[in-house]
Design a protein around this ligand. Structure first.
Ligand code: IMP
Length: 427
C-alpha cells in the first residue's frame, strides 16, 4: 500500500509523528513539496528530533528517503540539518535528493525578508525562508535546480540569462544588493559539495526498481491543505501544493502509484502567520489550548493561533486533499476540558447566511462566525490508552461525530507525542 501523509489544516498537525509511524512499514519515503519552512518534531530513541526538509524516515535504518523534485532547498539549512543528524549518530546513507529539486538562493531569502518586513498591508507572515521567491522563479523558468550545480556550462549559460534579470529586480524593485556572476558561481561550487553525497542522478532507476519490486512508498507532505497555493486561504498560503495531488507531481511518481491519502488533523486548529481563521479563540480558552498543546512554531518559535475544530474547512480538505482517512492528533490536549466545541457551519454576521461548505472567497471570512455544537469532555487522562475501545465514552462520541460530519474514517488517534501513544482504529 502506498500512502500519502497530508496536513489537513494549516500545517503543524503532527504529521511528523504519523509519518514516522507509517515509515516503519515503508521502504521508500519521498518528501514531495515545500522546503525548510516546515518544522517536523519527532520523539524517538528518547530524543526529540526537529526536521525541516529531510524525511523523518531517516531515523529508521535501511530506508530510502528522497527529497523530491517538487521541493525547494536552502543549502545552508540543509547542511545544518544533516550535520545535526550525523552528530546524533543517525545513519544518513539512505538519503537521496532528486536533482530536479529547486535551490533557494540568497536573493530569494533576501526578497522574502524584505517583502515581509516592509509590507504594510497584505503581509503573509511567511517563515522568511525564501519559499515564495524560489517557487516564483521556478514557475517563471529562471530558477536553478540541483542538477545545474554539476554542469559548469549549463550553470554559466543559465546565469547569463537569470542574473541580469535578477539584478535589475533586486536593485530597482527591492533596492537590495545585486550579485556578480563570479559570486554566484563560487556559491554554487560550495552548494555542489554540500549536496554531492546525496544527489541521486539515477533516481528514475531507483523509483522504477521500487515500483517493479512493489516496495511500499510513503509520500510525505509538508504544511497543510489550507495553505495550498491553489486551494488554501489564498493569498495567505505557501507557494506549493501540500494536497494529496502534490505527491503526484513532486515525487517522481504519478497519481496511479497512490493507494491512500491520510490527512493529519489536530483535535483543534492552529495557524501561524496571517490569514483568516474563523474558529480562532483569542480568549483564555485559546491560551489554554496553546499552553497544554505547546503550540509554538518549530521553525520560527512563533506562538500559534489556536481555535476549535473546524469541520467546514476539514470537509473541504477531505475533498480537495483527496483524503481517504484521518489521523487525529493531540486529542489528549482536551483531557482537562469539561466542554469541547466543534464548528459545523459558518454564519455571515451581515445577513445571517449559513455556510456548511467552505467559502473560498477569504475576503468575506472576517464577516463569518462559527456555528458550534458543544460536546461534553471526558475529564480524564487518556495519554496512556492504546486501544480505541478503552477510550472514554465521551471521547468516542466526539470521534464518531467527526467521522459522521466528515464522511471519512478516523484511522489513527494520537494521544501523546511518543510512538507508543497511538491508537490504530480498524476501519
Ligand atoms: P512560507 O511557506 O514561508 O512562504 O509562508 C507562507 C505561510 O505558510 C505563512 O502563513 C507561514 O506561517 C505558513 N507556513 C509555512 N510553512 C509552515 C509549516 O510548516 N507549518 C505551519 N505553517 C507554515
Amino acid at each position: 500500500m502506498n500512502k500519502v501523509v497530508v496536513g489537513a489544516q494549516w500545517g503543524d498537525e503532527g504529521k511528523a509523528k504519523i509519518t514516522d509511524l507509517l515509515a516503519q512499514d515503508a521502504d521508500l519515503i519521498i518528501r514531495y513539496q515545500g522546503g525548510c519552512n516546515a518544522g517536523h518534531t519527532v520523539v524517538a530513541h528518547n530524543k526529540t528530533f526537529k526536521f525541516h526538509l529531510i524525511p523523518s524516515g531517516i531515523l529508521y535504518k535501511g530506508k530510502t528517503c528522497f527529497i523530491g523534485a517538487g521541493t525547494v532547498i536552502l543549502p545552508e539549512y540543509f547542511e545544518e540539518e544533516i550535520k545535526g543528524l550525523i552528530n546524533e549518530g543517525i545513519d544518513v546513507s539512505g538519503l537521496k535528493i532528486n536533482p530536479l529539486a529547486s535551490i533557494t538562493m540568497p536573493y530569494h531569502t533576501e526578497v522574502d525578508g524584505y517583502s515581509e518586513s516592509t509590507a504594510k498591508k497584505g503581509k503573509i507572515g511567511t517563515t522568511k525562508k525564501g519559499i515564495g521567491p524560489t517557487y516564483t522563479d521556478k514557475m517563471a523558468r529562471i530558477g536553478l535546480k540541483i542538477e545545474d550545480l554539476y554542469s559548469e556550462d549549463a550553470l554559466s549559460e543559465k546565469l547569463d540569462i537569470i542574473l541580469p534579470l535578477k539584478n535589475k529586480t533586486l536593485k530597482e524593485v527591492y533596492g537590495l544588493k545585486t550579485y556578480e556572476k563570479e559570486e554566484i558561481l563560487a556559491l554554487c561550487k560550495k552548494y555542489a559539495e554540500i549536496f554531492r553525497p546525496y544527489v541521486c542522478f539515477d533516481w528514475q532507476k531507483v523509483l522504477e526498481d521500487a515500483k517493479r519490486e512493489k516496495k511500499a512508498v510513503l509520500f510525505e507532505g509538508a504544511q497543510g491543505v489550507m495553505l495550498d497555493i491553489d486551494y488554501g486561504t489564498y493569498p495567505f498560503v505557501t507557494s506549493s501544493n501540500p494536497i494529496g495531488g502534490g505527491a503526484a507531481t513532486g515525487s517522481g511518481y504519478g497519481p496511479t502509484m497512490i493507494d491512500e491519502v491520510i490527512g493529519v488533523a489536530k483535535a483543534y486548529v492552529t495557524r501561524v502567520g496571517e490569514g483568516p481563521f474563523v474558529t480562532e479563540l483569542t480568549d483564555e480558552t485559546g491560551d489554554k489550548i496553546r499552553e497544554i498543546g505547546h503550540e509554538y512554531g518549530v521553525t520560527t518559535g512563533r506562538a500559534r493561533r489556536c481555535g476549535w475544530f473546524d469541520a467546514v474547512t476539514m470537509k473541504y480538505a477531505v475533498l480537495v486533499g483527496g483524503l481517504t482517512s484521518i489521523a487525529l492528533t493531540k486529542i489528549d490536549v482536551f483531557d482537562s476540558f469539561d466542554e469541547i466545541k466543534l464548528c459545523t457551519a459558518y454564519k455571515d454576521k451581515r445577513n445571517g447566511k449559513i455556510y456548511t461548505s467552505y467559502p473560498t472567497d477569504v475576503f468575506i471570512h472576517k464577516y463569518l462566525e462559527p456555528v458550534y455544537e458543544t460536546h461534553k469532555g471526558w475529564e480524564q487522562d487518556i495519554t496512556g490508552i492504546t486501544e480505541y475501545e478503552k477510550l472514554p465514552e465521551n471521547a468516542k462520541k466526539y470521534l464518531a461525530r467527526l467521522e459522521e460530519l466528515l464522511e471519512v474514517p478516523i484511522s489513527i488517534v494520537s494521544v501523546g507525542p511518543d510512538r507508543e501513544q497511538t491508537i490504530f482504529k480498524s476501519k
